[in-house]
Design a protein around this ligand. Structure first.
Ligand code: BG6
Length: 476
């Protein structure tokens, strides 16, 4: 196998504003949904307490006496130069990161943007470029202005299209000279594990929750297409991407029932790519909607804008794979079984590098669109030794095997231009709001309550990843 990544291929990392920046009230920033996610130490690690949300729980989280880790993050807002310096020392070529909507429009529906918020990203992108790190920017990564949930009901409300497009226009206008690669919405398909973070719908406020989710996604498709249209008109060199959290499944057994269920479930996932990439709703999803009492409201012009403004690239995040068992599971994406042949980490995430090769190749075969790996990584409660080292051979092994799998896909013809490891330095976990679920090549000395020296300490994997970058993968 050819073990060299192409010269144009970028190695890097990925983070999200709400998990790193902190400074939740600084310089005019408004409250986002991420700012009210509490740390719940006694809840099992696999519990998704911040997923399907109702008004009562939301109120409890807003008014309760909790510790909210994302309000502090890892102080990236104040310390971004230190973090970027460390990434530059690792020879990182790109960093995927997001803009906090609430820094630009604190409530999401103001007429004019917050200049101080805009200035922060001016400085950040300038500094990254000075250090040779290409920014890849996600416009919306799991943080809606809280006001848009409370006043409008999240993405279920069609008004969100206009508000989102307005926000997108402001940041595209401002940063298009610094930022060439844009991912419109983080993991647009992950509406079963990150339903609230993603769509901001309160379950008790809608009659049919499933229908509301698909309606919200339709609004996201339209808004994404409109933002893409605007970007291309503004600057034809801009690349606008759609992002999927890889959720393709294997059949649990060779039984025809498991096989059929896996096929149907995977098709349901492909719909999230088919609409923004092929520009139309496939017949199988229209049938699925009909069979499941999902009556989508599609307004005049929606399908045209989707058709005419398709994505330039596909960004995929990949962590694990699961299986489906027709005797237990249905078409509900959250219903999956662990693969008994695969070892899972503490959080129940089963490690399968072959899955990366298979799924990336499958996306390539289906879409033939340039791709990037937007996230891939190994969460672990790392131990900092007395002499300030972190011996994370498990993370090296994980990344090594996934990069080999990626090379196989590239050698088979898939056009992949970047690999962004989640996350290059430790940040707050999206799902559990822990700090101790660490992904970084750089240890960040804060604990689950935000205490610690804040020192940035390269782990063993830091030196290993730098060697990968320097050799373009030859020693993998
Ligand atoms: C992805 C999200 O799904 O998974 C990230 O886009 C998140 O925001 C990552 O951090 C890992 O999940 P977690 O819950 O371990 O932080």
């Amino acid at each position: 196998m050819n073990k060299i990544f192409p010269d144009s291929f970028m190695f890097g990392g990925a983070i999200a504003a709400n998990q790193a920046e902190g400074a939740f009230e600084q310089d005019g920033k408004g409250l986002s949904t991420a700012d009210i996610q509490p740390y719940l130490p006694n809840v099992p690690k696999t519990d998704l307490h911040f997923n399907d949300m109702d008004s009562e729980t939301l109120k409890k989280y807003i008014e309760g006496d909790y510790y909210y880790p994302k309000r502090q993050g890892v102080h990236f807002y104040e310390r971004y130069q230190e973090y970027i310096d460390e990434l530059a020392k690792m020879h990182c070529q790109t960093l995927r990161l997001s803009i906090a909507w609430t820094r630009i429009f604190p409530n999401g529906d103001e007429d004019s943007p917050n200049e101080k918020g805009l200035q922060f990203y001016d400085n950040l992108f300038d500094y990254m470029l000075k250090k040779g790190i290409e920014p890849i920017v996600t416009i919306n990564h799991y943080e809606l202005p809280l006001n848009l949930v409370q006043k409008y009901g999240g993405w279920y409300n069609r008004k969100l299209i206009k508000l989102f497009v307005n926000y997108s226009k402001v940041i595209l206008d401002r940063y298009h000279k610094q930022v060439k690669y844009w991912i419109v919405i983080n993991q647009i398909n992950l509406i079963h594990f990150e339903a609230f973070a993603s769509l901001g719908i309160l379950m008790d406020k809608v009659d049919n929750y499933q229908e509301a989710k698909y309606q919200a996604i339709h609004h996201e498709f339209v808004a994404s297409a409109m933002a893409t249209k605007y970007a291309h008109e503004l600057d034809s060199s801009l690349k606008m991407g759609v992002m999927l959290a890889d959720s393709l499944v294997d059949p649990m057994t060779p039984s025809p029932q498991d096989s059929l269920l896996a096929f149907k479930r995977n098709r349901l996932q492909y719909y999230f790519g088919d609409v923004p990439i092929r520009g139309e709703y496939p017949q199988f999803i229209l049938n699925y909607f009909k069979d499941n009492n999902i009556d989508l409201q599609i307004k005049e012009g929606d399908l045209e804008v989707i058709k005419e403004n398709t994505a330039d690239f596909l960004c995929v995040s990949y962590y694990y794979t699961n299986t489906v068992d027709a005797t237990k599971d249905s078409m509900e994406p959250a219903e999956v079984e662990k693969n008994p042949y695969i070892k899972a980490n503490e959080w129940g995430w089963g490690i399968n590098p072959n899955g990366l090769y298979e799924h990336i190749s499958a996306y390539w075969d289906r879409y033939h669109l340039p791709m990037m790996i937007g996230e891939n990584g190994f969460g672990y409660n790392d131990v900092l030794t007395k002499d300030k080292k972190v011996h994370d051979s498990y993370r090296i092994d994980y990344t090594n095997e996934h990069l080999i799998a990626l090379l196989k896909a590239i050698n088979d013809g898939a056009e992949i231009f970047a690999y962004c490891s989640w996350a290059p330095f430790d940040i707050i976990s999206a799902g559990t709001a822990e700090m101790s679920k660490r992904y970084g090549f750089i240890f960040v000395d804060y604990d689950d309550y935000g205490n610690g020296s804040g020192q940035l300490i390269p782990k063993d994997s830091f030196y290993w990843y730098r060697k990968v970058i320097d050799t373009r993968g030859t020693f993998l």
